[in-house]
Design a protein around this ligand. Structure first.
Ligand code: NDP
Ligand code: AKG
Length: 415
């Protein structure tokens, strides 16, 4: 494995701390800190120019004590193998915490998908699906989208895999379009889950969520849909960021405009409000709630002191560094960790997988209720543990997740 990125080092440091807090044996850390298997692939794509470009990718299968590996696929120009390992570890913890019958995995391709034409993107997606096909399957490893990928990419991948399998194999990828065995809830599930978690926390910490303000860092699938559902709950969105910068509007940014940007119907600068060139400006504006929903390591020791929000709900994976978390903890800012806050996506993926395995479909309303019930229950369990132990919420969530994994590994005789 290549040297630890900051992100992987942070995830491992937190894991070690949680293993110690939970009183688990050191052998458990030795096993849980490393993936079971890493598939390293190179995908040649014939570009529109006629040249062949070769893209590097991975599928990291971290732990399958609780069931098949599960986790998304990231297309990002700076992603490294070490990042992918960190993300796969977080998937194992997230799936365990949510009570899902899954282990954890994550895939990645180092590419800027915005640079590719639709045809090039399709060829890359199909090539990646072919490359990882020998090690995935509906009862083995079930990928889904993450940063830079979406339901269209899942449609290409499930089609490619089905060709190899010689049959329609819907349950091998989740977050597919509703017309191709998907469920309409998956498109907004992660953002919806973030909003439900914010609402449940606001009930416990304040007088509820209605009338509160929020800043959102990231205007993609997670951030845009979190804005939509928070607005429905009576929250005013005062700032939103993308790679282009930040839009600030004290009077409130309509979530519909953020969604229009996410769907590429308007440029970012056309979201109503004051445009600030700094993509990190949303992290430090006056707001009750901050939702980091872009990438990792954005709340760091150098800017944590300027966070004005009293509650941070991590839509992104790994947005807060351990040093920053310490600063926020000392300042009394509550951080709801990624593995709890953004689990709506994978919980909905699980529901879609259950539908696919049985060739049945639930309607949107019924599915959303199932998802919401699981999220509400998860918050209640972690909150209770956090109150009892006086740890950070991340400690409470990770120790709870590790307990289930440890028991499964012990029962299997792995440890
Ligand atoms: N999609 C899902 O179901 C799940 C996603 N997550 C996590 O949520 C986070 C976001 O994922 P997702 O919404 O799917 O990704 P998307 O690709 O849909 O959107 C990412 C957004 O973040 C913005 N962004 C990227 N880098 C920066 C930066 N340096 N500063 C400011 N904004 C930035 C992008 O800007 P621009 O618009 O300019 O490209 C875009 O708006 C990730 O951490 C992911 O792992 C977690 C659980 C499930
Ligand atoms: O839906 C899934 O299976 C994966 C979601 C994901 O990648 C994540 O939660 O980070």
């Amino acid at each position: 494995m290549q040297s630890e990125s900051g992100f992987l080092a942070y995830v491992l440091a937190q894991l070690k701390r949680s293993v110690e807090l939970g009183g688990f044996p050191e052998d458990f850390y030795a096993m849980i800190s490393r993936p079971k298997r890493i598939l390293h692939v190179y995908i040649p794509v014939k570009m529109d120019s006629g040249r062949i470009e070769v893209f590097e990718g991975y599928r990291v299968q971290h732990n399958d004590a609780l069931g098949p590996f599960k986790g998304g696929i990231r297309f990002h120009p700076e992603v490294t193998l070490a990042d992918d390992v960190a993300l796969a570890i977080l998937m194992t913890l997230k799936n365990s915490l949510a009570g899902l019958p899954y282990g954890g995995a994550k895939g990645a391709v180092r590419v800027d998908p915005k640079r590719l034409s639709q045809r090039e993107l399709e060829e890359l997606s199909r090539g990646y699906a072919r490359a990882i096909a020998p090690l995935i399957g509906d009862l083995v490893d079930i990928p889904a989208p993450d940063v830079g990928t979406n339901s269209q990419i899942m449609a290409w991948m499930v089609d490619e895999y089905s060709k190899i399998a010689g049959r329609n194999a819907p349950a091998v990828f989740t977050s597919k379009p509703p017309e191709l065995w998907g469920n309409p809830v998956r498109e907004y599930a992660t953002g919806f889950g973030v909003a439900v978690v914010a609402r449940e926390m606001a009930k416990r910490l304040w007088d509820g969520i209605e009338g509160k303000t929020a800043a959102i860092h990231g205007a993609g699938n997670t951030g845009a849909w979190a804005a939509y559902w928070l607005e429905k709950m009576g929250v005013k969105i005062v700032a939103v960021s993308s790679t282009k910068g930040t839009v600030y509007n004290k009077a409130g940014i309509p979530a519909a405009e953020i969604l229009r940007y996410y769907k590429r119907e308007i440029p970012f600068e056309k979201i109503p409000g004051e445009f600030i060139k700094d993509p990190e400006a949303s992290l430090n504006v006056e707001a009750d709630l901050l939702v980091p929903a872009a990438i990792e390591n954005v709340i760091r020791s150098d800017n944590a002191g300027q966070v004005k929000a009293r509650l941070v709900v991590e839509g992104a994976n790994g947005p807060t560094t351990p040093e920053a978390e310490r600063v926020l903890y000392q300042r009394g800012v509550v951080v709801v960790p990624d593995i709890l806050a953004n689990a709506g996506g994978v919980i909905m993926s699980y529901l879609e997988w259950v539908e696919n395995l049985q060739w049945l479909s639930w309607d949107e309303e019924e599915t959303r209720k199932r998802l919401e019930a699981i999220m509400v229950n998860n918050v209640a369990r972690v909150y209770q543990r956090w109150q009892k132990e006086k740890w950070t919420m991340r400690d409470a969530a990770i120790v709870t997740a590790l307990e289930r994994i440890y028991k499964a590994m012990k029962l299997r005789g792995w440890i």
